[in-house]
Design a protein around this ligand. Structure first.
Ligand code: HSE
Length: 297
């Protein structure tokens, strides 16, 4: 009754799909050990790699786990050990990895009483604790794998999107502090019809491009005229990074989730590595500490 799992990092939004699109990264993620206990409740017994609350009610994994145990009317409890590799506050779904990992593992240990859709619901409660909003565009791909679309939040309706096998990502994480709650609070509440038309055209284009493996269509659709113009102002060197990524052959470039990480999608691992190199070259002169990654999807 102990399970050891990998909890993937995720890129939310994918430029045009604010709060509805997300993708899981194959090579970047946390590890988690979860076991059932006699004692009722959730105990976070160890966290390495991050300075995070151990108290279950204040921890994203703890909150998600408590919601699941409550819904299952489980009489015992769970013990959770978290090994963080995804830096909290990086914009690649650190809190989502913990929340999704906890509910996925507990559901397995209890014999799969809940559907993946229900697990997304529990994990979103962890996200609500972390960022003040129960968005599911990181927890959904973390739980389903690959790329997901949240067609509706109420009722929750999630569709898995085909992921072309060549698709890779290169990421750069500028180590500046940018809280999801802050980068959400700067957003406007309303958009013009003109911007809406452009954005849903891109969302449809991206989904179609992914299903038909049409990389040209994917590339043209990786555009965001609503959120990115506001949030990119908070990310030093954003425009130069975009130029660098596109010059290296990336399909598109944007903000990963609410930032500060940025991502580029590429066809294949070589272009991803080239893109990573270009991003590094571009950022070295800025004097801001950063980390980079590449990953399959
Ligand atoms: N869709 C969310 C946002 C993701 O952009 O605020 C946060 O990781």
């Amino acid at each position: 009754t102990k399970i050891s799992i990998f909890c993937p990092a995720t890129i939310a939004n994918l430029s045009c799909g604010f709060d509805v699109l997300g993708m899981a990264l194959e090579g970047i993620g946390d590890r988690m050990n979860v076991s059932l206990t006699q004692e009722k409740g959730v105990q976070i017994t160890r966290i390495t790699g991050g300075d995070l609350p151990m108290e279950a009610e204040k921890n994203v994994a703890g909150v998600a786990a408590l919601a699941l145990l409550d819904a299952a009317h489980y009489q015992g409890g769970v013990a959770i050990e978290i090994e963080k590799n995804i830096l909290p506050g990086s914009g690649i779904g650190s809190s989502a990895a913990s929340a999704a990992g906890a509910v996925w593992a507990i559901n397995k240990l209890l014999g799969d009483p809940f559907t993946p859709l229900q697990l997304v619901g529990f994990a979103s409660l962890g996200e609500a604790l972390a960022s003040g909003s129960p968005h599911a565009d990181n927890v959904a791909p973390a739980l389903y794998g690959g790329i997901t679309l949240i067609r509706s939040y109420d009722p929750l309706d999630i569709a898995k999107v085909h992921c072309p096998p060549l698709l890779h990502a290169a990421l750069l994480h500028p180590q500046i502090e940018l809280k999801t709650s802050d980068s959400r609070s700067i957003l406007k509440r309303t958009i013009s019809l003109e911007k809406g038309i452009r954005q849903w055209g891109n969302v449809g284009g991206l989904i179609t491009g992914l299903f038909t493996e049409d990389y040209g269509l994917i590339s043209r659709s990786l555009e965001d005229r609503i959120i990115e113009p506001l949030r990119s102002l908070l990310i030093p060197g954003f425009d130069d990074l975009r130029q660098a990524a596109l010059k290296a052959g990336a399909l598109g470039f944007g903000i990963s989730g609410s930032g500060p990480s940025v991502f580029a999608l590429t066809t294949g691992p070589e272009v991803a590595l080239n893109t990573e190199k270009s991003l590094i070259n571009c950022y070295q002169s800025l004097g801001i500490p950063f980390k980079t990654y590449t990953s399959a999807i």
